[in-house]
Design a protein around this ligand. Structure first.
Ligand SMILES: [Mg+2]
Length: 391
């Protein structure tokens, strides 16, 4: 039996702002992308603001209607990264299996640490909670269980600054009465599918006919059905193993050498689409796009250009096509490769985009791309895409 903890920093962005400026602790306050924009979004709030019924994400406009005295603070993402790393370093004193799940959550596998610290999982969770509070000034909620999905569920049961254990011996008693959307990966769309089947609690799901669930919801259905039954063997990764690629590239050697610019550009678009979609799979964005052109006489030229952080096909394809148009000498080409480098986490950028309004123009396109990614996963890569790629 494993001992897994899920540690979740409470109201993380707001708590960091309260450490930086302690007077904020005593007023209802919230962190917003841009507090001056009434359609801006509340990213986090302190306990006092929570009492006014302010939730995340809601608009600044609606939050101010609930609480006209609400103090709004602009988010500082680099501070949040700094505090996140400080807390992760505390976790790492207890186990090397620390797997971040977003900026304010981590899974910890402490199975082999219990002997070392001579304590129960609950006692260890308490030790970690106290240490984070004392040394950093942040509070965490900890879920203690025998797998990741139930540890995650546990950390939602009591907060802030609390610990909940879901032991194997009586996990059914604890989780069966809970609403189904408390289960990991039960989002809005799964929730309505389950609701239509009459499934409202985790117990309803656990005791439902498994085949019917899988028929209705596919792989995702099998996953959440297993979670509801306490079945989840996914391991907690080592902190040092969470390595991301340094570059992503896709190349193509043509069956015959070609010099028709239109055809070459249509291949560049195709390759850019594959590169972009692989970037999104890793939740990464790139700052540099490169093209490598191999001519039929085996001359190879490599060119690169800086771009605004992106994982969108449109931006990568535009950069690659510009590079091609600038550097192509009109000779026959044997092969072409598109690469992207200077990669960074998409999550950082996603958060930053709330803070930076210039980035907002890409948000709509990103939503469309997300839908296309989902549909391609379900129905195959060639069933839906942008017209310029399919051509
Ligand atoms: Mg949190």
């Amino acid at each position: 039996m494993r001992s897994i903890l899920h540690c979740d920093l409470n109201s993380f962005f707001a708590s960091v702002e309260c450490i930086k400026n302690p007077s904020l602790k005593y007023v209802p306050m919230a962190v917003a992308g841009d507090p001056k924009l009434r359609h801006g979004i509340i990213l986090a709030k302190n306990e006092l603001a929570k009492k006014y019924g302010i939730y995340t994400p809601e608009t600044v406009y609606s939050a101010l209607r609930k609480c006209p005295n609400l103090v709004l603070v602009k988010g500082n993402y680099s501070d949040y990264i700094k505090y996140s790393k400080i807390v992760n370093n505390i976790y790492l004193q207890y186990t090397d299996r620390v797997e971040p799940f977003g900026i304010d959550e981590c899974f910890l596998d402490v199975t082999h640490s219990l002997k070392l610290f001579n304590c129960t999982p609950l006692q260890l969770a308490n030790k970690i909670r106290k240490e984070v509070k004392k040394n950093v000034g942040l509070t965490i909620s900890v879920g203690v269980s025998f797998n990741k999905s139930l540890a995650k569920l546990g950390s939602d049961l009591k907060k802030p600054d609390a610990i909940s254990e879901i032991p194997y011996e009586n996990f059914r008693e604890i989780i069966y009465p809970l609403p189904i959307n408390m289960l990991l990966y039960v989002g809005k769309s799964s929730y309505s599918k389950l609701y239509n089947l009459g499934i409202k609690t985790i117990g309803d799901l656990a005791t439902y006919n498994q085949i019917k669930i899988i028929k209705k919801m596919g792989k995702a259905g099998k996953l959440i059905y297993n979670y509801a039954n306490g079945i989840d063997y996914e391991e907690v990764k080592k902190y040092t193993d969470i390595s991301l690629p340094k570059s992503v590239s896709k190349g193509l050697t043509f069956s015959i050498d070609i010099s028709d610019k239109d055809i070459i550009i249509s291949y560049i678009k195709r390759l850019s689409d594959i590169v972009a979609s692989n970037l999104r799979k890793y939740s990464l964005k790139c700052d540099t796009v490169s093209i490598s052109i191999k001519y039929s006489n085996f001359l190879i030229i490599n060119r690169q250009i800086k771009v605004n952080s992106t994982n969108l096909f449109q931006n990568i394809s535009k950069a690659a096509t510009d590079l091609f148009n600038l550097n192509y000498n009109g000779e026959k080409i044997r092969a072409i490769t598109i690469s992207v480098t200077d990669l960074k986490s998409n999550f950082d950028e996603m958060q930053l985009s709330f803070f930076d309004n210039e980035e907002n123009r890409n948000i709509k396109l990103e939503k469309v791309v997300k839908k296309i990614d989902d549909l391609q996963l379900l129905y195959g890569k060639n069933k839906i895409n942008f017209g310029s790629v399919l051509k």
